[in-house]
Design a binder for this molecule. Sequence first.
Ligand SMILES: [Fe+2]
Length: 342
Amino acid sequence: MLFEQVTTGGCQSYLVGCPDTLSAVLIDPEISQIDRYRALAAKHGLRVRYVIDTHTHADHFSAAKQMGEMLGAPTVMHHASPAPHVGLRLDDDDVLIVGNLRIRALHTPGHTGDSMCLVVEDRVFTGDTLLIGGAGRTDLPTGDPDQLYDSLFGKLLTLDPALLVYPAHDYKGRSHSTLGAEIADNPRLQKRERGEFTQMMRELSLAAPTHMTEALRTNMTGGKTVCQLLAEASAEVPHIGLEALHRRLGDRPNDLLVLDVREESAFKSGHIPGARHLPRGQLELRVNEEIPDPTLRIVTCCEFGKISMLAAATLRSLGFMRATALDGGMKTWREGGYPLDY
Ligand SMILES: [Fe+2]
């Protein structure tokens, strides 16, 4: 088996390939590692046939949709997954054939309703159903301690104890364990009576994961993260530096328009001299009356330099082909000691 484990913070993802045919699967890809997965597949000469998410992640951004599109491979999840971009939905005991590898899906609900474990030869990818020294929390959407009890004690832990355990998370830098070692030492598995186990899971009272609502929104729908939206806008528009803009304003050019897209109170509390005010929320409605000349060089600015990128991208799509965003926001303009009008 060709095998690569990619660690991103506490997230673990895996590239698993058949050495005879160079077919492969990618398991639980994370969005910041897209280039790495492609590079690792290329390093081994692998053709990725399936991109699998073991469950709907609530704590990180899945790259399954993007990787599937890039690699021409279906995104695979359990049939209970709500994500519309899933191309192949599995049931309990379904097997994916990848070259000479057999990947068997076990439906193991509990952490989420759509959780799966994947058994491949000598190992099992446990998602968040079983972690090293832990088990996935059951207090997030579709979680259920009773189901987790059944999935663990009725299913996963009945497999060969020698199976290597590769989880979707580990926060202590450990790469893997075995089922036998977890049965012996994992504190969550010492409560072997249903009532004790479910009570323990209900009483964990863990903090909500950071970015949970955004992760659920994007992973459940295939929608974009705010970072992706901004990255796409920034790839579409050029930027101009604070110093370059300051210098050009000194020349009093008549083909340069600074467009401040903040709300009125922010504009009135200090803006770039000569800037015109058109809030982002009114941009499309008022652009025709405010900017009659589409050949103007427009520099959009906002407080932090993010909304201005979206505004410049919108202006470009409307035909203002010289729209540019200020590289930085009014905050850095003020802190840089550049001039202000009120
Ligand atoms: Fe999870």
